[in-house]
Write a protein that binds this ligand. Structure first.
Ligand code: F6R
Length: 365
């Protein structure tokens, strides 16, 4: 039932504050994460993990890419991320004490499931499923599970499943940091930020009105570029995927630093450039990338922190987000990109909940 909403996708976008709160329920202490959520012996077994491999498809793969930045920086563990359809058909070299993480909303994606089965013969320490469906094949077959509690996702384009996957992955990163005795201030700051996330996400949903205003110009374009740096690069990838999927506008994401290595040649007044610009340590670098776009007449749309000093030249549209703690920022910046693709698709009149050629669950290769 779509209730007051016109589409399941919009309903599911608005369900994110509750979906995140449900996913976190019972997983956090005062200033630490409750590792027992993973099972009785998790605490000791977590300590043995020295490496992480992540496999997934599509949007779930993007969640894995964000997690790599978190895991390497905060837990200090090497982490690799790969699309399941590639991973399952190659000989992987698995270092000692590696944890395999398979991420899937449905838990039935053929390639992800096959990747897990393949991994079981490769000498991993253990496998963990991050999944939204408790009774799914993936959850049944993995050693450990971390359930996202997003509730059923009906829209083909994944929204609340993605942000809750990110929540589960930040929780997991914090758990790994905790058992490895990493800085306690970082751990308690993550816990605080996770607890504050539902309210923050709620606030960011109010940007919808401004996003609606710019959707019309966007809808007349045939291509778009999405730029981000650090963990916001995979968020740019997710924004581009959402736009492609439901509005059928060709979109590509680049790490902002790659711009001048090729894609800048595409930029002119017909190429909107969407940038994800939180107030982090990379802002200054991003700023100079944006100037390059502006100098070539590109239409810039910046999703930026209200505290960020982006020089706003002519022709740029600036949408402000509240300041957020760095760890949770990729989660928060996902929302305006979901809304952008939704609003553009509405203008174009596409079938938002059932985009052409796509199925909700890809159970065949
Ligand atoms: C995009 C989307 C797909 C899925 C992918 C994996 O919006 O929904 O890219 O993310 O098919 O599906 P799950 O997560 O069920 O394994």
């Amino acid at each position: 039932d779509k209730g007051e909403y016109r589409h399941f996708m919009l309903k599911e976008i608005h369900e994110q504050p509750a979906a995140i709160a449900n996913t976190l329920e019972g997983t956090l202490g005062e200033d630490h994460v409750l590792t027992a959520v993973l099972g009785p012996e998790a605490e000791t077994r977590l300590k043995d993990i020295q490496n992480i491999h992540i496999v997934a498809c599509g949007t779930s793969y993007h969640a894995g890419l964000v997690a790599r930045y978190w895991i390497e920086e905060q837990a200090g563990l090497p982490c690799q991320v790969e699309v399941a359809s590639e991973y399952r058909y190659r000989q992987v070299a698995v270092p000692a004490n590696t944890l395999l993480i398979a991420i899937s909303q449905s838990g039935e994606t053929a390639d992800t499931l096959a990747a897990l089965r393949y991994a079981k013969q490769q000498g991993y320490l253990a496998s963990l499923a991050i999944c939204n469906v408790a009774g799914s094949s993936l959850v049944r077959e993995a050693d450990w599970r971390l359930l996202t509690k997003a509730g059923p996702e009906i829209g083909v384009a994944s929204t609340k499943a993605f942000t809750t996957q990110l929540v589960a992955l930040l929780w997991m990163t914090t758990a790994l940091a905790q058992v490895n005795d990493r800085a306690p201030e970082m751990i308690s700051a993550n816990v605080r930020a996770l607890k504050g996330l539902p309210r923050l996400v709620e606030k960011v949903l109010h940007l919808d009105q401004h996003i609606e205003e710019l959707a019309a110009t966007f809808a007349s374009k045939h291509h778009a570029l999405f730029l981000g740096r650090g963990p916001h690069y995979p968020i740019a990838m997710e924004g581009a995927l959402k736009l492609k999927e439901i509005s059928y506008i060709h979109a590509e994401a680049y790490a902002a630093g790659e711009l001048k290595h090729g894609p800048l040649a595409l930029v002119d007044e017909n190429m909107p450039v969407v940038s994800v610009a939180p107030s982090d340590s990379l802002l200054e670098k991003l700023n100079s990338n944006l100037q390059e776009v502006r100098a070539r007449g590109g239409q810039l749309i910046n999703f930026a922190c209200e505290r960020a000093e982006l020089d706003n030249g002519e022709g740029s549209i600036h949408l402000s987000l509240p300041w957020v703690y760095e760890s949770v920022s990729p989660i928060v910046y996902t929302l305006p990109l979901q809304l952008l693709s939704y609003r553009v698709a509405l203008v174009k009149g596409t079938d938002v909940d059932k985009p052409r050629n796509l199925a909700k669950s890809v159970t065949v290769e």
